[in-house]
Design a protein around this ligand. Sequence first.
Ligand code: HEC
Length: 108
Amino acid sequence: MKLEVVLLCSMLVSGVAVAAPKNDNAAMLELADQSRCLTCHDVDETVRGPAWRDVAKRYRGKPEVEDQLVQKVHDGGGGVWGNDTMSSNKRAGMENVRTLVRWILSLP
Ligand code: HEC
C-alpha cells in the first residue's frame, strides 16, 4: 500500500514537470535580460524597438525569415520598423540570439 502511494506521488510530480514547457516565458525573459535586449524591447509594448508580439505577428507563417532575423539581431540593422536602428548584439552570442528569435517568432 505504502509503495503505491509513493509511486502515485512521484508520478504526479513528474507529470507536472513534463507539463511545464521548456522554453517558458520566464526563462526566455531571463535570457533576453541577460542578453540586454530588454533595454530596447518588451514583449507587449513598443520601446525603442518593436514589441516582440508585433514582430511575431508580422512574420507569422514565414518561418524562412528566421535566419535573416538572427543575422540582423546579431549584427544590428534597421529600416523595417521606423527610422531607429538596432545596435549589434554580438555579445549575446549567435546561439542565444537564435534561441530568442525562435521564441519571439513563436509568441501568440
Ligand atoms: C539599442 C536598442 C536595441 C537592443 C539592445 C535590441 N534591439 Fe532589437 N530592435 C531595435 C530596433 C530599433 C529595432 C527596429 C529595427 C528596424 O526598424 O529594422 C529592432 C528590431 C528587432 C527585431 C525585428 C527585426 C526585423 O527586421 O523585423 C527583432 C526580432 C529584435 N529586434 C530582437 C532583438 C533581440 C533578441 C535583442 C537582444 C539580443 C535585441 N533585439 C536588442 C532595438 C534594439
